[in-house]
Design a protein around this ligand. Structure first.
Ligand SMILES: Cc1cc2nc3c(=O)[nH]c(=O)nc-3n(C[C@H](O)[C@H](O)[C@H](O)COP(=O)(O)OP(=O)(O)OC[C@H]3O[C@@H](n4cnc5c(N)ncnc54)[C@H](O)[C@@H]3O)c2cc1C
Length: 564
């Protein structure tokens, strides 16, 4: 098997991975960036609405980083580690400055300063944007910067299988070149997991097909826990019926949600913030409207932009307009866009501290959506994820540099062959369960039972069904036996990761007997700070999910009722 040696390997070529890689390479270390798609096709490219930031001299005169942190803490329903939120806000202006100097083409105000718009849950407008294609612009900016380093090697279209460990130390990872199916051992003493989210485990999601929770599965198999895996964000405006995202920018620019009676129903649920209440509240309100018979036939509501005028829509919301036209045959300048909630973001993630370090495996770091720092707590505010990928991508890069200065690569190559044999077993097996059957069942269970509204009965059933799917997946096989870009094998490997994530998420959701942020329990409808103001830390030990707890870090803001 081919073997290459690096100081650090970065799993993921999205914004978080590239930001960290830039920082580690800048300190002179040799870095490999591995991505199953060409880096600029990572899901970061799909981000539309923008990136939140407090920029000195270029913000609302009443705003400051402390207000921004407060909004994050309240938005996250007090499960946020407040020191992490403070760092996110404090460094946000610097990140925008870096992006600006690296060439990101931000929309501007007439006086040349960077433009800003309101996003859900913000006291003052802070979201910076490049029309409604912000992620695409930022990802290209970072990728271009990274290609300037000759000490970064890109492994594009390589699928990462598992972490190689030496005792309790990271010893790199094993990946497979997708074109040839040849394995490669990328040896390193530091490993950053920046593998993005897991939307594909839900029947309805705004995420790309590549968001299959690989990094979480890989971490769990190495004995590394997920923090707060019960917290999943459902975005209010997935386009009906494809679930393609209609960005929150549409409501930020004045779009209004309406039911089948033409009522602006959010006035009832969030009398101050209306359509721009945080996403958990809007998604729940929409579901209630539809449950009570005020949705349109088929199961959707209307997003009305018509009053904004054609010119404004085409200038500021081109992507929303195009998506509605192409995928729902609706002209958003004349008719309402049909929308319904869809899975959007995973607040949980690999348990790391504020410096990006995981304390279960030496040399393991995580950043971006793959990580839980935790800055989003029980519910992420819109436009804070792009910010997190960059602030914590940078911060984690710095920590990795310190680590690399103090440690040397280990010698062994143990465990590498088993990882490869496991992957090839799907090709070798002639009969069994097809990944497609298992995945469809899993996506249904997660949507129906671990979705927007949860209760003990649904969650107990979910745990039972996912356990059964997990047992059956031992015999997973693929029909395509070729060794040339065998996408079926990669889909099977992704399914393995999705099943492992799901069992941890469902068990943690059953365990948390309260309602907080996006975790809404019909049977425990209130927040219970006495018993539950703590993080779930969930390990997967063989067939058992083991949950421990960590305290929430509170610096300034005591929990208050969360009203908008
Ligand atoms: C449609 C949409 C719109 C959004 N809009 C916004 C917005 O406006 N503002 C905002 O703040 N947030 C937004 N978000 C959220 C935000 O875009 C993401 O959370 C963020 O970009 C994630 O970045 P990341 O670097 O962590 O991961 P990603 O950009 O998802 O990158 C993950 C990387 O990991 C690689 N990878 C994964 N598994 C493997 C494997 N097994 N082997 C090899 N490589 C692997 C992938 O190839 C990819 O390069 C949006 C999300 C979606 C889905």
């Amino acid at each position: 098997m081919e073997k290459k040696e690096y100081d650090a390997v970065v799993l993921g070529g999205g914004l978080a991975g590239l930001m960290a890689a830039n920082n580690v390479a800048d300190a002179g270390f040799k870095v490999a960036v591995v991505s199953k798609v060409f880096p600029t096709r990572s899901h970061s490219a799909a981000a539309e609405g923008g990136i939140a930031a407090y920029v000195d001299g270029n913000s609302d005169p009443n705003d400051d980083p402390e207000f921004m942190s407060y909004d994050e803490v309240k938005g996250g329903d007090y499960l946020v580690d407040q020191n992490a939120a403070e760092l996110l806000s404090r460094d946000s202006g610097e990140i925008v400055h870096i992006l600006d100097t690296w060439g990101a083409p931000f929309n501007r105000q007439p006086d040349g300063r960077i433009a800003l718009r309101y996003f859900g849950g913000q006291t003052y407008p802070r979201t910076r944007f490049v029309a409604d294609k912000t992620g695409m612009a930022l990802l290209h900016t970072l990728f271009q910067h990274a290609t300037g380093f000759d000490n970064i090697d890109f492994y594009n279209e390589y699928y990462v299988l598992d972490i190689v460990k030496d005792g309790n130390n990271v010893n790199g990872l094993v990946a497979m070149e997708m074109k040839t199916m040849d394995p490669i051992f990328l040896k390193s003493r530091a490993l950053l997991i920046a593998s993005g989210g897991l939307g594909m485990i839900y029947q309805h999601t705004t995420n790309s097909y590549i968001n299959t929770g690989d990094g979480y599965g890989i971490a769990l198999r190495s004995g590394v826990p997920l923090k707060d895996p019960e917290f999943v964000q459902f975005h209010p405006t997935g386009l009906y019926p494809s679930d393609i995202l209609i960005s929150e920018a549409a409501r930020a620019e004045g779009g209004i949600l309406k039911n089948n009676k033409g009522e602006r129903f959010m006035a009832k649920y969030a009398p101050h913030k209306f359509d721009l209440a945080p996403r958990d509240i809007v998604s729940r309100s929409m579901t209630i409207e539809m449950r009570e018979g005020r949705g349109f036939e088929g199961g959707y509501l209307g997003l009305d932009l018509t009053h904004l005028g054609r010119e404004y829509i085409l200038e500021r919301l081109t992507l929303a307009y195009d998506a509605a036209k192409t995928f729902a045959n609706v002209d958003a300048t004349k008719e309402m866009i049909p929308v319904r909630p869809a899975q959007h973001y995973f607040m949980g993630g690999i348990d790391v501290d504020i410096t990006g370090v995981n304390s279960d495996l030496n040399g393991l770091f995580a950043a971006g959506e793959a990580a839980c720092v935790s800055v989003h707590g029980a519910n992420r505010l819109g436009s804070n994820s792009l910010l997190e990928t960059l602030v914590y991508g940078k911060e984690t890069g710095k920590t990795m540099v310190d680590f690399l200065k103090k440690h040397k690569n280990v010698e062994s190559s143990d465990g590498v062959d088993t990882i490869v044999d496991n992957a090839y077993s799907y090709i070798k097996r002639e009969t069994g369960e097809h990944f497609g059957t298992l995945l469809n069942e899993l996506r249904d269970v997660m949507w129906e039972n671990v979705g927007i509204f949860r209760d003990e009965k649904k969650l107990t059933e979910a745990v039972k069904q996912i356990n059964s799917i997990r047992k059956r997946s031992i015999n997973m096989y693929v029909t395509d036996k070729t060794t040339n870009y065998n996408t079926e094998v990669f889909n099977a490997l992704e399914t393995r990761n999705m099943i492992d994530c799901s069992i941890v998420m469902a068990t943690a959701a059953l365990n948390r007997t309260e309602t907080r942020g996006a975790h809404f329990r019909d049977d425990y409808p209130t927040r219970d700070d006495d018993n539950w103001m703590k993080h779930s830390i969930a390990y997967l030990n063989g067939d058992a999910v083991e949950i421990k707890y960590k305290p929430v870090i509170v610096t300034k803001w005591k929990p208050e009722p969360r009203v908008y």
